[in-house]
Design a protein around this ligand. Structure first.
Ligand SMILES: N[C@@H](CCC(=O)N[C@@H](CS)C(=O)NCC(=O)O)C(=O)O
Length: 203
């Protein structure tokens, strides 16, 4: 059985738990990181002291997007891990791009959710929203031509941004409108596993 280490209020853990449901994998998730801490046995599996980490039979792996690629390739077959390099790269590109988006959204998230009220910086939140909007404008144009970030069908390329855009819509902020991204997100919300593994209250 697949084991996932990581608390579920982590963006990077959500990605992996969501894909496990999409693939119909039986899995156990062990709360780790944040208030749950990391013991020596965990740090031996992941010397970065970060979550998530998985164990799948003989394989131990960290780095959330590498885990998505691995699970898709090992358990998903052609549907999730296309042999056509161009098709695979379409999804891959958005998975790498997500890390830049995560940097853009970091302050809007931290200063609305994680930091105590006295430490919140409206100027940093405003700059973060602007940076997110620049990224989302790029997504808006792409999704105007294709239904999914993975191309013609939902795939692992949609998962990282699905998790971060869920946070974008859950933050108590005024958002510029991106109707095409909103329509994509409405489709994302109906995906298996999304409601219970991703769309949980922000904390
Ligand atoms: N690039 C890594 C980043 C992992 C990461 O930054 N994880 C955060 C949570 S999202 C973490 O471990 N924070 C420390 C903690 O939770 O104790 C990945 O995608 O897996």
């Amino acid at each position: 059985m697949l084991t996932i280490w990581g608390r579920l209020n982590s963006h990077n853990v959500k990605k992996v738990a969501w894909l496990a449901v999409e693939l119909g994998l039986e899995f156990e998730r062990i709360d780790t990181g944040g208030q749950f801490g990391m013991d020596a046995a965990y740090l031996a599996k992941n010397p970065n002291a970060l979550i998530p980490t998985i164990e799948d039979g003989e394989v131990t792996l960290w780095e959330s997007n590498a885990i998505l690629r691995y699970l898709a390739a090992r358990h998903g077959g052609e549907r999730w891990w296309p042999s056509n390099p161009a098709q695979r790269a379409t999804a891959d590109r958005w998975m790498d791009w997500q890390f830049a988006y995560a940097d853009a959204q970091r302050d809007a998230f931290l200063h609305n959710v994680r930091k105590p009220a006295a430490e919140r910086r409206p100027d940093l939140i405003a700059a973060s929203i602007d940076a997110c909007a620049k990224h989302l404008a790029v997504m808006e144009r792409y999704l105007d031509k294709k239904p999914w970030l993975s191309g013609d069908a939902f795939g692992i390329g949609d998962i990282p941004m699905g998790v971060y855009v869920n946070t974008w819509f859950a933050l108590p902020i005024e958002r510029p409108s991106f109707p095409v991204v909103e329509a994509w997100f409405e489709r994302i919300r109906t995906r298996p596993g999304f409601a219970e593994q991703v769309a949980i209250p922000l904390s």
